[in-house]
Design a binder for this molecule. Structure first.
Ligand code: NBP
Length: 477
């Protein structure tokens, strides 16, 4: 028993995480349902470090030093339950099972409770960064007990990505499902980021008349400024790529139907349950599903739209600058919504999540990594109880500076008939938060009219009902 960690599930993610641990000096026990994967790993990468391959689950467990740290990297859902049931009976009190898959946080809460009753620490861990991140340093979001983090944390800190200031991109997020919850919202924000970038691209193409190669250059320029991020960087790469078979821009030969695996959808479903307005993230999820409805889109092609009037070359440059403002402002809003969801989840489940720390560990390794996250961390450091990112003075000033251009971009999009659900939802959220009065007062009146649902008044406490069907006098409810 000499391995500090064991990894079972050696597909792309598990294999690369195992190599990352080994490259950092740990002895790594290896196991996979199909033993060939285990042997292939040792054959190909055995020289990278100390591996202890095992075929039988008993041998795998026996290779681990106590307390055991057993990481599961299998397909989320039923396979994860099957693997837990396979290994839990072989473990002893104090041992840890780490689930690094994309589990739903409710499953993680259930598994954690069950294993806690059996004396085993269950560490539901969000891992972002894809295949490359797993190997070179992902952003890691572990939940579970404080005790398990004390044992596991130093190892995770070694293999995690490091932010520019050297801070490892891992922190103990909070108990039970906290880590997987935060990973879920990370992915929701990722959907929103991608949608906003997509809208910026479409506007630059259809309104400003730029080619994909020209737009790639615009994104490269943006990536040297406040939008500096992994997603902007890869967008420029994708847009400048030419399809070998046809010689056309790659983006013109790919079917325009976006797929999804579920974490974005979960973010919105849970937000609905928690009553958190994540309209930008929701629009991003809906935009993907809309794109996939080919019959609906085909049937709707005859619908009337405005006559497009592309901008002149001189106007196009100014418009591109405006789109940058709109993209940045909308991005602030989607992060505001995502962090609001994390804060609300933390309160609902008693997780005590440090939002500044979350921003900090997203600065490197993960898909939404961006210079921008340094700013979010600074905002929460300055004021940990910040009710909303938009309450931060710096962000509020930046949006104030961007808003005229943001509105102009949406005017142009509307005139030219380009769908911008992400930009529009973000602006609507911003304007609704700013509004002195919302039409919600009227909604309350309607509800009281048809359902006697009562309302509260602005001038005195209590609940009231108007006798709409009678003399319309008001009674206290
Ligand atoms: P997959 O999600 O493709 O899962 C393949 C692995 O699961 C193989 O090792 C397979 O064993 C094992 N497995 C299955 Br399927 N059913 C099993 C069962 N009933 N019992 C035991 N093992 C079983 O692998 P992945 O893409 O490496 O992802 C692993 C986890 O990491 C997933 O939860 C994923 O959502 C998450 N994740 C992935 C990424 C990414 O970029 N791919 C990023 C972040 C998180 P076999 O070899 O015997 O078939």
């Amino acid at each position: 028993a000499s391995a500090q960690i064991g990894v079972t599930g050696l597909a792309v993610m598990g294999r690369n995480l195992a190599r990352n641990f080994a490259r950092n000096g740990y002895t790594v026990a290896l196991h996979n349902r199909t033993p060939a994967r285990t042997h292939d790993l040792v054959k190909e990468f055995g020289h990278e470090g100390d591996f202890a391959p095992a075929e039988a689950p008993e041998d795998f467990v026996a290779a681990l030093e106590r307390p055991r740290r057993l990481m599961i990297m299998v397909k989320a859902g039923a396979p994860t339950d099957a693997v837990i049931e396979e290994f839990a009976p072989l473990l002893e009190p104090g041992d840890m099972i780490i689930d690094g898959g994309n589990a739903h946080f409710a499953d993680t809460r259930r598994r954690e409770k069950d294993l806690r009753e059996r004396g085993i620490h269950f560490v539901g861990t969000g891992i972002s960064g894809g295949e490359e991140g797993a190997l070179h340093g992902p952003s890691i979001m572990p939940g579970g007990s404080t005790e398990s983090y004390a044992s596991l944390g130093p190892m995770l800190e070694k293999i995690a990505a490091k932010a520019k200031d050297g801070t490892p991109c891992v922190t103990h997020i909070g108990p039970d499902g906290a880590g997987h919850f935060v990973k879920m919202v990370h992915n929701g924000i990722e959907y929103a980021d991608m949608q906003l970038i997509g809208e910026a691209y479409q506007l630059l193409r259809d309104v400003a008349g730029y080619s994909p190669a020209e737009i790639a250059e615009i994104f490269r320029t943006w990536n040297t400024g406040r939008l500096d991020s992994y997603l902007i960087e890869i967008t420029a790469e994708v847009l400048s790529h030419i399809d070998e078979a046809t010689g056309k821009p790659f983006v013109d030969v790919v079917q325009d139907q976006a797929e999804q695996k579920g974490t974005g959808r979960w973010t919105v479903q849970i937000a609905l349950d928690l009553g958190v307005p994540v309209s930008g993230i929701a629009e991003a999820v809906f935009a993907r599903s809309l794109s996939g409805h080919s019959a609906l889109r085909e049937a709707s092609r005859h619908l009337a739209g405005p006559k497009p009037a592309p901008l002149s070359k001189a106007e196009a440059g100014a418009f591109a600058d405006r789109v940058e403002q709109a993209l940045y402002a909308s991005k602030i809003v989607s992060y505001t919504q995502g962090f609001h969801e994390i804060a609300t989840g933390s309160e609902e489940y008693d997780w005590d999540i440090d939002l500044g720390e979350v921003a900090s560990i997203w600065r490197a390794g993960c898909i939404i990594r961006a210079a921008f996250l340094d700013r979010i961390r600074a905002a929460y450091d300055a004021r940990p109880d910040l009710p909303s990112l938009l309450s931060d003075e710096t962000f509020a000033q930046e949006i104030a500076a961007a808003q005229d251009d943001w509105r102009e971009v949406l005017v142009a999009a509307t005139r030219q008939g380009v769908a911008t659900p992400g930009f529009s939802a973000a602006l609507a959220y911003y304007d609704a938060l700013r509004a002195e009065r919302l039409p919600a007062a009227l909604t309350q009146g309607q509800r009281d009219f048809f359902g006697a649902h009562t309302y509260r008044r602005t001038d005195r406490p209590g609940s009231f009902h108007t006798l709409w069907g009678g003399d319309r006098s008001e009674v206290e409810a």
